[in-house]
Design a protein around this ligand. Structure first.
Ligand SMILES: CCCCCCCCCCCCC/C=C/[C@@H](O)[C@H](CO)NC(=O)CCCCCCCCCCCCCCC
Ligand SMILES: Nc1ncnc2c1ncn2[C@@H]1O[C@H](COP(=O)(O)OP(=O)(O)OP(=O)(O)O)[C@@H](O)[C@H]1O
Ligand SMILES: [Ca+2]
Length: 479
């Protein structure tokens, strides 16, 4: 009888592919590619038996998603989101037997609003966003909001125990920074991300809730930045037409502007945990620090909250001063601009955020600090920089006297003056306030209360994998 053969779909990493095909491993770490392995057998019936049993085995893996809700932002990054999805991702989902419901967004917050109220989520095993960090933020907000409202929880109360989201989120990177994808996968590559979704990987992630006066503002998973990163974002929003390059231009402009801001930061240090922001070790796939610190949370942490006793007033610390930047990095914030990130030793899922305070210093010193984000040197090893691993923090700008004052500033006259001064640094009048950059969105309040919720969401990812030495290569069939 004639030999039968069938091509089977098997996603594998570059290194494993190299081992199978005896090719030289590629230098681009963390990228995954599809490989085809053809088995031949003498009988067609046997071949069909192999195929059907492999398909059955794959279908029985509960962690693999079967139905996905996909949102594409057609305006992300270089406006390639739709093309990237259709050319690189959709064929892989089809080949792997993953069905999809694809929605191209029609406006900002389209996906968020649908998830909050409209979408029939029980049909899906996950939600995929094709876009940048802003698009991810929409999905995050939609899903968290929906989960709280369905569970009868008030998201406005900062002390409320939130209900964690169960639907996993996948990110197909197509944006300007794609920091969440880069920091959870190790690369910004749509095919790699699609394969992590197909094989059903799970990576838990911390989420910060941000409140102002008992009113919910936003959630954050990467950077909450006041001062430099807030000003870069505000300035870059007026240059959206430039695409990803707007951040570099605004970065240079804000570096030259060199504004500092006065205020008070109070924080609750994360006590008894494994790991510090100055560690040489990094958060990697299967991170023991994240697992250990999650277990430290008390039993009621079934609801993913921190022990109230550890939040007594005496534990809080307060710092006042003039700051060029106040950054809270709940993860490394690694991205192509800074492959080690704002806080290289931060953890994806340890229930803490790294609070980085850059005090007023010379332009030269600030440049040294910034440059160290791109080299092996420690950006925290400078007299004007301090970093604390915290569970919660509050910030109050010095000139923030009352809410009505703040509202006036945010809605009216002060904002205009502040804007004039921002645009005309030569007038010598520095603005009293910056804005918070919350994962790339501008917050409309400056006095904020931030709380970390440990392992609050799950991504279709597995964290960054350490490069494998040859002997440790996994069995490709087990991936
Ligand atoms: C001299 C080179 C120094 C390079 C220093 C690079 C540090 C870069 C650190 C990037 C951290 C990104 C954190 C991620 C935040 C995301 O949630 C958010 C949403 O996508 N992205 C941004 O806010 C977008 C933020 C983009 C910030 C870009 C900052 C660029 C700074 C350039 C300073 C140049 C000084 C030159 C002096 C001659
Ligand atoms: N159809 C749409 N039209 C206009 N804006 C949209 C649309 N869909 C989503 N958005 C908004 O576009 C913004 C930027 O999206 P996204 O993050 O995907 O791209 P980006 O280029 O990486 O931008 P950023 O660097 O701000 O994250 C988000 O705030 C999102 O809410
Ligand atoms: Ca963290």
């Amino acid at each position: 009888s004639a030999e039968s053969s069938e091509t089977l779909f098997c996603p594998i990493s570059d290194t494993v592919a190299a081992e199978i095909f005896k090719k030289k491993p590629r230098s681009r770490h963390h990228r995954w590619r599809c490989a085809e392995v053809t088995f031949t057998c003498p009988e067609e019936a046997l071949c069909q038996h192999w195929v059907s049993s492999i398909r059955e085995q794959l279908a029985a893996i509960a962690s693999r998603p079967k139905h996905l809700l996909v949102y594409i932002n057609p305006y992300s990054g270089k406006r390639q989101g739709k093309r990237i999805y259709e050319r690189k991702v959709a064929p892989l989902f089809a080949q792997a037997g993953v069905s999809t419901h694809v929605i191209v967004t029609e406006r900002a917050n389209y996906a968020r609003d649908q998830l909050k109220t409209g979408a029939e989520l029980q049909k899906f095993d996950g939600v995929v966003c094709v876009g940048g960090d802003g698009m991810f933020s929409e999905i995050l907000h939609g899903l968290i909001w929906r989960t709280q409202i369905d569970g009868g929880v008030d998201p406005n109360c900062p002390e409320e125990e939130l209900i964690p989201c169960t639907l996993r989120i996948g990110i197909i990177p197509a944006g300007s920074t794609d920091c969440i994808c880069f920091a959870t996968v190790g690369t910004n590559d749509p095919v790699t991300s699609a394969l992590h979704i197909i094989v059903g990987d799970s990576q838990p992630m911390d989420v910060c809730s941000v409140h102002h006066n008992n009113t919910f503002l936003q959630y954050s998973v990467s950077l909450l930045g006041y001062g430099f990163y807030g000003d870069v974002l505000t300035d870059s929003e007026r240059k959206r037409w430039m695409g990803p390059a707007r951040y570099d231009l605004s970065g240079v402009k804000m570096f030259l502007t060199h504004h500092y801001y006065e205020g008070t930061v109070s924080y609750l240090p994360a006590k008894g945990i494994m790991g510090t922001p100055r560690d040489a070790a990094r958060c990697r796939s299967g991170c023991v620090v994240c697992q250990h610190n999650r277990q430290l949370l008390p039993e009621k942490a079934e609801r993913y909250e921190v022990d109230e006793a550890s939040e007594s007033d005496s534990e809080w610390r307060t710092l006042r001063g003039k700051f060029l930047a106040i950054n809270a990095a709940s993860m490394s914030c690694a991205c192509p601009r800074s492959p080690k990130g704002l806080s290289p030793a931060a953890h994806l899922a340890d229930g803490t955020t790294d609070l980085i305070l850059v005090r007023k210093c010379s332009r030269f010193d600030f440049l040294r600090h910034l440059l160290r984000h791109t080299s092996k040197d420690d950006q925290f090893d400078l007299a004007f920089v301090e970093v604390h691993r915290v569970r919660r923090f509050c910030f109050t700008p010095r000139h923030c006297q009352s809410d009505s004052d703040l509202d006036l500033r945010e809605n009216g006259k002060h904002q205009i003056f502040s804007q004039i001064c921002r645009d005309h640094p030569a007038c010598g009048c520095a603005p009293a306030y910056s804005s918070w950059n919350c994962d790339g969105e501008i917050l409309n309040h400056t006095a904020i209360d931030v709380r970390v919720h440990c392992q609050f969401i799950q991504l279709f990812a597995r964290g960054i994998e350490e490069p494998k030495v040859f002997e440790e290569l996994p069995n490709p069939c087990a991936i």
